[in-house]
Design a protein around this ligand. Structure first.
Ligand SMILES: Nc1ncnc2c1ncn2[C@@H]1O[C@H](COP(=O)(O)OP(=O)(O)O)[C@@H](O)[C@H]1O
Ligand SMILES: [Mg+2]
Length: 232
């Protein structure tokens, strides 16, 4: 489902002429199978978000290859990535990243509009999903009228509405209290079990990592599993 081969990434920093290359990810290889929940644990600054940005095409790697659904996406241009993301991937972030001027309904509807789905069909799909994630009483609320847990449910619904096969979650419970964290983790487990959605969760919290089938560690840009450097 996701295969990464010898992936490395360096950021260029500093003024033109005296730029420095800062290596952030070093020869990362990993494999995640369909229907798994994989987690990457690592300290702040270890390169977790950079890895996720590479796997979702927001930045291009310095070297190495990324295959998703047996397609080599490494050299996709922005247009191809945009379509690929809309067809295959969903995203959940620590800060929810909802659009503050849109209601719950409208936030979840947006990806369907981008896909060109007509209004009646959109309404049917959004209402049924909001019911499923327990937000049917909050369809007309704006993000600032919702609790953190409710906002994260809206962002999960927005991620789910296009029926992605993979959901990338970057610190999905990082802004939530421990009780709400448990609710959101239960929802992730349920979606994985009932719909077979593959999850790739980035976290620095062992509680979050405990719901995963595969737990990787990122240490200074090197991927480690069970104490050994991962090689595929
Ligand atoms: N756009 C960028 N330009 C330069 N350095 C960056 C950039 N993005 C991240 N970094 C650096 O890369 C390292 C890893 O960052 P990041 O992937 O965000 O770590 P994490 O998500 O594990 O906290 C950090 O040292 C960070 O400062
Ligand atoms: Mg991060």
């Amino acid at each position: 489902m996701i295969e990464v081969h010898q992936l490395s990434h360096s950021f260029k920093v500093g003024k033109k002429g005296s730029e420095k290359e800062i290596p952030v990810l070093k020869n990362i290889s990993l494999k995640i199978n369909k229907g798994e929940i994989a987690s990457i644990v690592g300290r702040s600054g270890s390169g977790k978000s950079t890895l996720l940005n590479l796997l979702s095409g927001y930045i291009s790697p310095t070297s190495g290859d990324i295959l998703i659904h047996d397609t080599n996406v490494t050299k996709f241009n922005e247009k191809k990535w945009a379509k690929f993301r809309l067809d295959n991937l969903g995203f959940i972030f620590q800060s929810f990243q909802l659009i503050s001027s849109l209601t719950t309904f409208e936030n979840v509807e947006l990806p369907l509009t981008l896909k060109g789905i007509d209004s009646a069909e959109r309404k049917k799909m959004v209402m049924s999903l909001l019911e499923e994630v327990g937000l049917h009483e909050h369809t007309e609320h704006y993000p600032n009228e919702l609790s953190g847990g409710q906002q994260q449910r809206v962002s999960i619904a927005r991620a789910l509405i296009t029926k992605p096969s993979i959901i990338f979650a970057d610190e999905p419970t990082g802004s939530l209290d421990s009780e709400t964290e448990k609710e959101i983790l239960d929802l992730i487990k349920q979606l994985n079990k009932e719909q077979g959605i593959t999850f790739f969760i980035i976290t620095h919290d062992d509680e979050v990592a405990s719901i995963s089938n595969h737990k990787f560690h990122l240490q200074d840009g090197v991927l480690v599993k069970g104490g050994a450097v991962v090689e595929v």
